[in-house]
Design a protein around this ligand. Structure first.
Ligand code: GDP
Ligand code: IMO
Ligand code: MG
Length: 428
């Protein structure tokens, strides 16, 4: 059996916590898209681990893969490895494998990210400025530098020259002076550190599958940030939906695959773009404070709002989600009345989906249903029976509206603060 964890909203749904929880049963954990724009926080007793590039399975010393669908900032990787080493996590050739054909994020990509944002004026995306978009542009433009290129200084030099020539005009225009020789020397040095992890991961992951190993694919971001299916152009530059696991790792399509959609009990978003159920009031503030909704990567305040069942239902369909995992239920504990958006009204017409047309998006009026809150603590609960009746009702309504079973409920950041309603972990 194979498992995929996917965010069903705009990211930060608690994927890291859930991947760590599931990893106790996994043999391999695989990242297949995104880059160090991701920020996955894992709490184990009093230890907090913050991961950007490394699969969350590294905390439990599982075999971890960074697949070709990821864009890799090699300097950020080394920094992350050192940080985790200081926290007692061992990372070596036995537990980390990086696709040899992975495309690299270079310092110029971060500069280009800044320039691109600046040139959008007030329409800025609000990117993490990690160079993700420009690195993917170079990948698709067939001029990227890949991990395997670091083995050959002459080839690397040629490729760097070609890349810089392509971007020169733009960089000159914004008066950025790039020291090409320094990038070349730095890349050679970083190559000495990371080439040890370079592997044909498509082969490893398929062989593991053939041997019946449990493979867990760890999504970054969320379905609504998907470059095709998200709230374009306010999205990231990769496909975040489950379809990407195959081309982002080289794993051949299989039938026996459980897709776990991670969904927060409310909604958050970092950066610009439409957010129909956003709460610009004291309830939104309360959710932000109680839920500690500040970005792991950029420390920005996350925008908060009610649960949008229309969006989650759409994500569930697009990613073929088989089970939902509801996180941060405890953040709603003190709310008097809770709303769920169950449909949209646009120009007096009812919509049961989020249209791609930006003109229509700006006219969406949410249709809410209101439920009484439970006004008692669910923090840290581990059994369904101990949940307050109104919390159970809220979860049952969400399940009905979305049409997929909510198998697990998270009631706190720690791996132990989890209700495994349908014995998902035991059944693995
Ligand atoms: P990810 O990007 O999807 O992995 O999510 P983040 O780690 O960016 O953000 C989720 C935050 O919520 C982290 O700080 C987690 O420790 C925390 N968290 C996860 N699940 C729960 C939960 O059920 N309750 C509370 N209060 N916090 C949680
Ligand atoms: P995890 O994995 C939340 C958002 C950025 C911005 C948009 C584009 O922690 O859930 P980018 O730097 O990717 O070009 O920025 O995407 N974004 C995220 N928001 N969680 C994330 O990752 C995100 N990764 C990117 O805020 O709006
Ligand atoms: Mg995050």
């Amino acid at each position: 059996m194979f498992y995929t964890v996917i965010g069903t909203q705009w990211g930060d749904e608690g994927k890291g916590k859930i991947v760590d929880w599931l990893s106790s049963k996994a043999d391999w954990v695989v990242r297949f898209q995104g880059g160090n724009n991701a920020g996955h926080t894992i709490k184990v007793d009093s230890n907090i681990y913050k991961l950007n590039l490394l699969p969350s399975g590294i905390i439990r010393n599982k075999k971890c893969i960074i697949g070709n669908g990821v864009v890799l900032d090699p300097w950020a990787l080394i920094e992350e490895i050192l940080k985790l080493n200081h926290q007692g996590i061992v990372i070596n050739k036995k537990n980390l494998f990086i696709a040899e054909n992975i495309c690299l994020i270079l310092p110029i990509h971060k500069i280009l990210d800044e320039i691109n944002e600046k040139s959008r004026g007030s329409e800025l995306i609000g990117t993490t400025k990690k160079g993700i978009g420009p690195a993917y542009e170079d990948k698709v433009g067939r001029r990227a530098i890949r991990l395997c290129d670091l083995k050959y200084p002459n080839l690397l030099n040629e490729k760097l020259d070609n890349l810089m020539n392509f971007h020169k005009l733009k960089l000159d225009n914004y008066k950025f002076d790039i020291d090409l020789n320094k990038i070349f020397e730095d890349l050679k040095l970083i190559g000495e550190k990371i080439l040890q992890f370079s592997s044909p991961v498509w082969k490893l992951v398929n062989e593991a599958g053939e041997k019946g190993k449990l493979i867990l694919f760890e999504g970054a971001q969320g379905s609504l940030l998907d470059v095709d299916f998200g709230t374009y152009p306010y999205v990231t530059s990769s496909n975040t939906s489950s379809g990407q696991i195959f081309s982002g790792s080289g794993f051949g399509i299989k039938h026996n695959h459980i897709v776990l959609g991670i969904t927060k009990a409310y909604t958050t978003r970092v950066g610009s773009g439409p957010f129909v159920t956003e709460l610009n009031n004291s309830i939104g503030e309360h959710l932000g404070i109680k839920g500690k909704e500040f970005g792991t990567v950029t420390k920005r305040k996350r925008r908060c709002g009610w649960f949008d069942a229309v969006l989650v239902k759409q994500s569930v369909k697009i990613s073929g989600v088989t089970n939902l995992i509801l996180t941060k239920l405890d953040v709603l504990d003190e709310i008097e009345e809770i709303k769920i958006c169950k449909g949209y009204k646009i120009n007096n017409q009812i919509y049961d989906y989020f249209p791609f047309d930006e003109y229509l998006q700006n006219k969406i009026e949410p249709i809410y249903e209101t439920f009484p809150g439970w006004k008692s603590s669910t923090f840290g609960l581990t059994s369904w029976d101990n949940l307050p009746e109104n919390a159970k009702k809220y979860i049952n309504i969400l399940e009905k509206l979305i049409g997929v079973k909510i198998s697990v409920i998270s009631t706190g950041p720690d791996r132990s603060e989890t209700i495994d309603k349908s014995n998902l972990l035991d059944d693995i």
